[in-house]
Design a protein around this ligand. Sequence first.
Ligand code: BGC
Length: 732
Amino acid sequence: MGPAGQALERSAGAAPRALRAAAGLAASAAIVMAVHASEPGPDGSADPGARADALVRTMTLDEKIHLLHGTLGFAYEGRPAPAGAHGGAGFVAALPRLGIPALQLNDGPLGVRNIDGGPEGRATAMPSSQALAASFDPGLAFESGRIMGREARDRGFNVLLAGGANVERDAWNGRNFEYLGEDPVLAGRIVTAQLRGIQSQGVVSTVKHLVANSQETDRGFVDMAADERSLREIDLLPFEIAVKESGVGSVMCAYNKVNGVYACENARLLNTLKAEWGFKGWVMSDWGATHSTAQAANAGLDQEFWEERYFAGALKAAVEKGEVSAARIDDMVRRILRSLAAVGALDRDEPVRLVDAAAGLAVAQRVAENGIVLLENRNALLPLSADRLRTIAVIGRRADIGVLSGGGSSRVDAIGGVTLDDTPPGTDPDLAMFASTGWHHSSPLQAIRGIAPSAKVEFDPGEDVKAAARLAASADVAIVFAWQTRTEGEDLRSLSLPAGQDELIRKVASVLTPWAHEVGAVLEAWYPGNRGAEAIASILFGRINPSGRLPVSFPRAEADLPRPRPPEPRADASNPKTAPAHSPVVTLGEGLAVGYRWYDSQKKLPAYEFGYGLSYTTFAYSKLTVNRDLSVEFDLANTGKLSGTEVAQLYLEFPAQAGEPAKRLAGWARVELAPGERRRVRISADPYALRAWDTSTGEWRRPAGRYRMHVGASSRILPLAQEIDVRDVQPD
Ligand code: BGC
């Protein structure tokens, strides 16, 4: 359906919905009053819980059950799209009698997905979540969330399945680009800001996938085994921060089992979320991740997606048999309605429209500019001079057209379009976004031509290594755009670059540098999104001084990883129905030692460490003081010749008896300094970094003893350190 059709359909009703419902009811005055009482005040201040309660009181059991399961919002396997659906990943039809709008859900987390594929459904393709995390910039995460929320709303969606918060335990994971790196506090703070930004636009957001969904192989049935303390301190922590700090309206439970029980029927897990953290929103299952009716409902699952096997008729029957209480059903419904009311989505009645592309692209470019990481810059090769270069070779697959995107449900149909490669013949079009390599239309070749108009810029796709090397030899500088696809539903089988690119880069480098087999400069651009090429060109030519820092450690070799080999699949991982009787168990044996904590504990050197990234200027750290509240102050100076932004980082070491890995990120500050400028910088330790889980009491503690605070430019470049004694405290 085109936008005009959608607008027509949606304008059929008149706002406000609750009033309309009440007027249309052959209902008692008491109901009308109850619904009236739940109307928002003129300042929008009505208590969303009270509004939800008022509605729940007026609902029949069938109406309640109706809200507790949803289907796909698009045509699939011969079934037409449900009437009124806007083509999103999920849909629950409206309840007009009650003025409850349809739930229109869509992915997330890198922008608004366009499943039906019409050009009017295009939206801003944000850079990967790794790039966002690499910015270390919650303010920018809010901005990018704000754009995604606005665009979701413009496209007629009121729930965005955004907020990928699984901690990267494993470089193999096909979905790492949807997540925010290996540090739980960084991931938690960035996702919190992003969720707030999304919800500021009147759209409910979702944080996913709870929890330990750190591999795609066998994801529908694999059993992730982890000890309580590691789950609390690592995997659950970003979710805890998001739930407590962002007001996120929904949580998606994961496909996998956690310690023997499917996440979506895991009472222990879901109780932690609701009873302990005070989560007031609803838990929805990942698509096809519900495995039972009474067990799941009683464990805390509130809504089933997408097969409607367990929470439709079967749930009603379970209520009638007394297996699930009426009170629990009310709780499930209340949670959904409350979250919708809290962001204003219960009252929404506006036309579907095209997104504001210019606003989205500007923010996408800023995220890429702040998230791209300069890894190497030998002899200050970068920034390039647009005036001095006469010939530039641009080499690499599709570098004339676009930048790479990850695959799967998070792939956004970018503004400008997407080109798909590698789709195996006969692939179901619905699955092409999982099976193919996709390129957002943001052309490196065009961007470089634009920024260096007097140079002759020539392109070679890099398929024929000799031809590429010849072009490189004839140029003043060669820029190779290397790529590596990741996709949902599949883990990497090798961490090396695919399609002979190592050889390509080596050959190109050897004709151009006196130090054969090494290149002059390396930029990690992640999947840089809808304006990725423009951001890369701005950095290459020095319009932007790079300030991104790695949110993940890069290993020197696969053998250095906690799991040196990729997971071996048991069955078709993309099909949860093929679950074997006994789930394969993956033990997260590294425990707390995730990412940089792993390298520290193994005394191994990564190729590039967490927190690392170069700038075109240099910074110096001095004069550290540590305060009693574990905040730190220090002098930071720009000792180079260009303005630049440093991400100054605070790490803390717990007292040895706490049994923690060597150090953890406790805070950071993005500081912009002019050449020669010096500033006193203060970083407070994040309260969530100041806790250790005490397994014997089942509580958080800040163990007494001698803490060591480190300050510097990465998890390994830590020029300042000081110790301080801390008394044993139980954090709030
Ligand atoms: C993914 C979720 C996604 C859902 C709906 C699932 O396959 O795991 O992240 O939100 O599909 O598209």
